[in-house]
Write a protein that binds this ligand. Structure first.
Ligand code: TIU
Length: 230
């Protein structure tokens, strides 16, 4: 058993063998110019501070042998899985499916849809393609996690108040215990980031727990003996 004592609102304990690191949508389309994030009017540079701590966490998690699952938001080339309201979002001529410097915006198989070089998945690490904001909606993520016996999720990626929040809410309702790592999630809006994290930990941890990644890495490095509650 590992415990992140400094997690809020209470210490967070997890069994590494039944824990997965979830890396949400660290795609060029959200982190680099010319993609979906920028087409919505956002400063994509806001998200880059997550890359270094996430790369360090990923290295430790891989070394500890935890399950690692990556997700990518995007759509089929014919856009048949993209709701009209989502399709019409953003600046005209720079919408989902339109050509951009990294290929067609938010379309599966395009360069911009793929994960940034710094966080490239290793062979064997599942990459879940999702059409929505939540990683459980219209995907096999739940089945994939259950097949591996995963009960706890270390949650990272972008953006804090959109895909991370939606996924944590979905996971919480499915019984997963989520620790969101504050320095490894990012938003285009610093205020939404801060409040988004507060919302997760408020009301006694209504959706989960929040901590910084160095605290989680320290917990992984110093597992304690499990004391089953009576
Ligand atoms: N727009 C925004 O903040 N995010 C998204 O559209 N997708 C994700 O968060 N991945």
């Amino acid at each position: 058993m590992s415990t992140v004592a400094a997690a809020r609102p209470t210490p967070y304990s997890f069994e590494p063998a039944s824990t997965a690191l979830l890396v949400i949508d660290m795609q060029r389309d959200f982190l680099e110019p010319g993609g979906f994030g920028e087409s919505l009017g956002n400063d994509v540079g806001q998200l880059r501070r997550t890359i270094a701590p996430l790369a360090a966490l990923l290295a430790d998690v891989r070394a500890a042998g935890l399950t690692v699952v990556h997700t990518r938001e995007g759509h089929l080339p014919d856009l048949s899985d993209c709701p009209p309201a989502k399709l019409h979002r953003g600046a005209p001529s720079r919408r989902i499916g339109d050509p951009g410097p990294n290929g067609r915006i938010l379309v599966r198989g395009e360069y911009g849809h793929d994960i940034i070089d710094e966080l490239t998945p290793l062979p064997g690490e599942p990459v879940v393609d999702k059409p929505g904001k939540g990683a459980f909606h219209a995907t096999d993520l739940d089945a994939l996690l259950r097949a591996r016996g995963v009960r706890s999720l270390l949650v990272t990626g972008v953006t804090t108040e959109v895909c991370v929040h939606t996924t944590v809410r979905e996971a919480n309702d499915r019984g997963y215990e989520c620790l969101v790592l504050a320095d490894c999630v990012g938003s285009y809006f610093p205020e939404f980031h801060r409040v988004g994290l507060d919302m997760i930990a408020a009301q006694g941890g209504i959706f989960g727990w929040v901590a910084d990644s160095p605290q989680a890495r320290a917990a992984l490095a110093t597992p304690s003996v499990s004391h089953p509650s009576s």
